[in-house]
Ligand binder design. Structure first.
Ligand code: GCO
Length: 452
C-alpha cells in the first residue's frame, strides 16, 4: 500500500498540530423523522434538482450508528472530529428546544472526549429549517437573529466541552450557489438575492459570536470559508480582470468583511441595486475578532471574461476527480500565502476540509484508492509549504470520514476515506484511510517518544 510521507521535520508531525476527519449533519445523519424538515429535504423532493434523484432521509444512518462511527474515528488515530449540528434537530418550528435532538450532540461530544478526541463543531452546514425558509430564509434579516438564539442554545449545552465552534460553513455556497446560481437549496437565481443572503449569513455569524463567547469562553470561535485560487484562462487583460473580479466576488467577499469590516469594491462591475441592503453597525458586528479561520480547499478555478463579468472554464486536462475538478495541490499553498499577504496577518488557520471524489470499488473488503492517497500526500505537503512561508496553519481535517450525500450530486460522488455501501450501510476503510491512519499513529508514537 502507498504511504503518505511528510518532510521529517514538518510541523505537521508535531504535537501542537491537530489532525482530524470531517462530516456534516445533512450529509450523514439520516433520521429525518426525528428533526424538522430542512431546505434540502424540500429541494431533494423537487424533480431534477439532484443528479440521481436521491435524498438525505437516511444518508449514512449516522444517528443510529453513531457509536460504531465514533469507534471507527478513534481507530484512525485522529486528534479531532469536525461535525455539524442540524439546526432543525435542536430547535422546533414552534421555537422550543428538542431535548432529544440536542442530547444526541451532547452524548457525541462526551463520547469523543472520553476517547481523547476534540470536538470541532459547525453550527450551520446548509440545512436551514424549512420553517425559516417559509419566512424568507436568508433573504429575511430575522433569520440571522434566530441563528444567534440557536447558537446560544447549543453553547449553553456544550459549552467548553467543544474545542472550536464555527458559526457557518462556506457562506459562499449557502449564498451564491443557493440564491444566485440556483444549484443548491433553495435554488434561486438572482444576483441581488445572492448578495443579500451572503450579508444576512455574515450578520448571523457576527451575532452568534456573543452567546458563543459568553457560554463557551474557553473554546475557539470562528468561521469556515472555502477558497479557490482564481486564474485567468489566457493572458488577455480582459481574462485577467475577470479572474480578479471572481477572486473578489467569491473569495474576498466573505473574508474581507470579516477581517476588515468592508466588502470588496467592485466599482462599476456590479449594479448598485444588486449590492446588499445594510443597516448601520452591521459590518462592525460582522468584523468582530475571530480566533480561527477554517479553510476548505479542493481545487483552483479558471475564468474568462464574459459580457463584462466572469465565467468559469471547466478543466479538461487530467488528472481530474469525478467531480470534474482539477487536482491542483499547489493552489492550496498559493491561496494561503496570498491571503496572508493580502491581510497582513491571518488568525490561526485550520484546513477544515480537503479531499477528493474518485470512482471507488470494494474488492475483497478493500478499496484501492491510490489516487486519493496521492491527493492527500500532495496536499499535506502543500500545507507544509504554506507553514514554511509563515502561514499559521494549526490543523488539518480530511473531507470526508464517510462517503455521503454530496448535495446536488446525490450519492454519485464518493469523498470518504471510508467507503459506505448504501444498501447495507457497511463501512470499509479505504487505502487512503489506512494511509492516513498509519501516518497519524506513527506521528503519535513520535510525539510520545519526544515526551519520554
Ligand atoms: C463543502 C461542503 C461539503 C462537500 C465538499 C465536497 O463545504 O463544500 O462542506 O459538504 O461535500 O465540499 O464538495
Amino acid at each position: 500500500m502507498k504511504k503518505i510521507k511528510l518532510p521529517l521535520h514538518s510541523e505537521l508531525l508535531s504535537r501542537d498540530f491537530i489532525f482530524g476527519v470531517a462530516t456534516s449533519s445533512f450529509q450523514i445523519e439520516g433520521a429525518a423523522d426525528r428533526r424538522e424538515p430542512c431546505i434540502w429535504d424540500t429541494f431533494c423532493a423537487e424533480q431534477g434538482r439532484i443528479k440521481d434523484g436521491s435524498h438525505g432521509l437516511n444518508a449514512c444512518e449516522h444517528i443510529d450508528r453513531w457509536q460504531d462511527d465514533v469507534a471507527l474515528i478513534a481507530s484512525l488515530g485522529v486528534d479531532a472530529y469536525r461535525f455539524s449540528i442540524a439546526w432543525g434537530r435542536v430547535i422546533r418550528a414552534d421555537g422550543t428546544v428538542n431535548q432529544e435532538g440536542l442530547g444526541f450532540y451532547v452524548n457525541l461530544v462526551e463520547r469523543l472526549a472520553a476517547l481523547g478526541i476534540a470536538s470541532h463543531v459547525t453550527l450551520y452546514h446548509w440545512d436551514l429549517p424549512q420553517y425559516l425558509e417559509d419566512r424568507g430564509g436568508w433573504l429575511n434579516r430575522e433569520t440571522a437573529y434566530r441563528f444567534a438564539e440557536y447558537a446560544e442554545v447549543v453553547a449553553k449545552a456544550l459549552g467548553n466541552h467543544v474545542a472550536s465552534y464555527a458559526t457557518l460553513n462556506e457562506p459562499f455556497c449557502s449564498a451564491y450557489l443557493s440564491y444566485e446560481a440556483g444549484i443548491h437549496a433553495p435554488g434561486y437565481k438572482n444576483r441581488k438575492y445572492g448578495r443579500q443572503a451572503a450579508h444576512h449569513l455574515l450578520l448571523a455569524h457576527g451575532l452568534a459570536l456573543t452567546p458563543l463567547r459568553k457560554y463557551a469562553p474557553n473554546a475557539e470561535h470562528g468561521i469556515v470559508l472555502n477558497f479557490s485560487p482564481c486564474h485567468p484562462a489566457s493572458c488577455d487583460p480582459a481574462d485577467r480582470q475577470a479572474a480578479q473580479l471572481a477572486h473578489a466576488y467569491h473569495n474576498l467577499w466573505y473574508l474581507q468583511a470579516i477581517l476588515k469590516g468592508q466588502y470588496p469594491d467592485l466599482g462599476d462591475k456590479i449594479s448598485p441595486s444588486d449590492l446588499p441592503d445594510l443597516e448601520p453597525g452591521d459590518l462592525t458586528t460582522i468584523s468582530q475578532p475571530i480566533d480561527f479561520l477554517g479553510v476548505n480547499y479542493y481545487t483552483r478555478t479558471v475564468f474568462r471574461e464574459k459580457n463584462g463579468w466572469f465565467s468559469d472554464v471547466p478543466p479538461t486536462t487530467p488528472p481530474l476527480t469525478t467531480m470534474g475538478w482539477e487536482i491542483y495541490a499547489e493552489g492550496l499553498t498559493e491561496i494561503l500565502v496570498d491571503l496572508q499577504n493580502t491581510f497582513g496577518k491571518l488568525p490561526t488557520v485550520y484546513i477544515t476540509e480537503n479531499g477528493a471524489a474518485f470512482p471507488d470499488k470494494v474488492e475483497n473488503n478493500q478499496v484501492h484508492d491510490t489516487a486519493r492517497v496521492d491527493y492527500y500526500h500532495q496536499h499535506l505537503n502543500a500545507v507544509h509549504a504554506a507553514i514554511e512561508q509563515g502561514v499559521p496553519v494549526k490543523g488539518y481535517f480530511a473531507w470526508s470520514l464517510l462517503d455521503n450525500f454530496e448535495w446536488a450530486e446525490g450519492y454519485t460522488q464518493r469523498f470518504g476515506i471510508v467507503y459506505v455501501d448504501f444498501d447495507t450501510q457497511q463501512r470499509t476503510i479505504k487505502d487512503s484511510g489506512r494511509a492516513l491512519q498509519q501516518l497519524w499513529h506513527e506521528r503519535k508514537k513520535q510525539v510520545e517518544a519526544q515526551q519520554a
